[in-house]
Design a protein around this ligand. Structure first.
Ligand SMILES: Nc1ncnc2c1ncn2[C@@H]1O[C@H](COP(=O)(O)OP(=O)(O)OP(=O)(O)O)[C@@H](O)[C@H]1O
Ligand SMILES: [Mg+2]
Length: 430
């Protein structure tokens, strides 16, 4: 079996031209042309025609041609259709399967023209009749080589694009993560702020009651013990808040997702706020459910939502006003269409709300100044606040929105300037 590999050297004229254009660049490698013909004559004459411009590989049968194509990066193949053993069309199919950018020019005798036409359907780039004339053969191979080069360039561009997309995606992911981390740190600080305020208030109370006492006993001791108990609870809450956010940062699923009864959260809210400096001078009433229910949300998240809404209601005005927290179990689904977004109304998490009964509705109502149309449109944005810097960070409602979304709950806001506002949070129950 005659199998020759020719590695003809670069033509001097070609090298000269290249070095003139770009002296520092290495001359590009010649394209590789594989000639497959079981007749020695055409094989050798084709080699002579192309040896200056191509690295020419010769194969006398289909199997050897495929072996060569596996070992070398072949750009163009000239392949006879009628051969012993594997036919030219079979070789074409296998080559295309190996790498569909390989371009194949079929050589055909008159009687195999129909087969050659079929070969075009299998992806051959051209077919030439035997005997061929050299200029026609040259231009057919050149066309095939050009097509191959374009296909490779296209592939490379595509790969580049893909890489770029991947990089963008990674960058976006990193930015998302960094943003989420920033948000979480800010949330921890924000949420820990209210128990810390209570803690410092209690420490102050205890200090004062012990200031002039040589010894503490009886009723005073019992009171201090009670205060220390509350203090301890608040410290526990600080730990719980940071533990929950940090476990989120570490991507741990909050497996235990401790639920609490609505009334326990309502009682905690009352305990926390009645002695909170924020409630001083205002009238705060907090009423639980007649028959308790469990909201489908982590207990700390639930309390955090109620705290933020109630503190906002208390802060809505400095002049003494009333804030009322009430709970209700709804036996029928909410008619969401009754809450169109407008200057006096907002509905948060319309698309994500799982409107499954019974629904726990907790309302926080104040008879403060009400919310303007401009504020109601923006108040759930992160860092949007109308308060002075020492009173508000603008994070409260953005945290509430995130927690509500995570719980597939919703919030409806109704307000009237001069009359006050009601924020109702809806939760699924379990
Ligand atoms: N009950 C309410 N009455 C009037 N305005 C309200 C009420 N609740 C919220 N707002 C408005 O929405 C804004 C955003 O509230 P949000 O809780 O996000 O931030 P904040 O209370 O300003 O600051 P932070 O909660 O971070 O201490 C408030 O600054 C206020 O203008
Ligand atoms: Mg707030």
């Amino acid at each position: 079996m005659a199998l020759t590999v020719s590695t003809a050297t670069q033509s001097p004229s070609r090298l000269d031209t290249i070095s003139e254009i770009e002296p520092t660049q290495v001359a590009p490698a010649k394209p590789t042309l594989l000639i497959v013909d079981d007749e020695e004559g055409p094989r050798q004459s084709l080699r002579i025609v192309f040896k200056n411009d191509y690295q020419v590989l010769l194969a006398s049968n289909g199997q050897d041609a495929l072996d060569l194509a596996r070992k070398h990066e072949v750009d163009v193949v000239v392949c006879d259709i009628m051969m012993f053993g594997m036919s030219g069309v079979e070789v074409l199919k296998e080559l295309k399967e190996m790498d569909d950018s390989i371009e194949v020019v079929m050589l055909t005798a008159f009687e195999t023209i129909e087969t050659a036409r079929q070969a075009l359907r299998f992806g051959a780039s051209d077919y030439l009749n035997k005997p061929f004339d050299i200029p026609t053969m040259r231009s057919a191979v050149k066309r095939a080589a050009d097509k191959h080069r374009s296909a490779l360039e296209f592939r490379k561009t595509n790969e580049h694009l893909h890489e770029l997309q991947q990089m963008l995606q990674d960058q976006r992911m990193r930015e998302e993560m960094a943003r989420a981390q920033g948000e979480i740190y800010a949330s921890v600080l924000h949420d820990i702020n209210s128990p810390l305020t209570v803690i410092s208030g209690f420490v102050e109370l205890i200090n004062r009651s012990m200031e002039n006492a040589a010894s503490v006993e009886g009723e005073q001791l019992a009171k201090i013990k009670g205060d220390l108990n509350t203090l301890n609870g608040q410290v526990g809450r600080c730990f719980e808040i940071s533990r929950r956010y940090l476990s989120f940062l570490n991507k741990q699923d909050d497996a235990e997702r401790a639920r609490v009864g609505a009334n326990q959260a309502i009682n905690d809210l009352r305990d926390l706020l009645v002695r909170h400096p924020i409630a001083r001078g205002h009238e705060l009433t907090v009423t639980g459910l007649a028959a308790d229910a469990i909201a489908d949300i982590n207990g700390t998240d639930f309390l955090q939502i109620l705290l933020n809404l109630t503190i906002n209601a208390l802060q809505s005005s400095d002049t003494p006003h009333r804030v009322e927290v009430t709970c209700e179990l709804l036996p029928t689904p909410l008619d969401i269409s009754a809450f169109p977004d407008g200057p006096e109304m907002r509905f948060i998490n319309r698309d994500g709300f799982s409107n499954v009964t019974p629904i726990l509705a907790v309302s926080v109502t104040d008879n403060g100044p009400g919310i303007s149309a401009q504020t109601i449109a923006r108040m759930f944005e992160e860092r949007f606040t109308t308060k002075p810097p020492d009173r508000g960070t603008g994070l409260g409602l953005s945290i509430v929105k995130r927690l509500i979304r995570e719980a597939n709950g919703a919030i409806a806001i109704r307000t009237k300037m001069g009359k006050g506002s009601t924020f109702t949070a809806y939760f699924q129950t379990i």
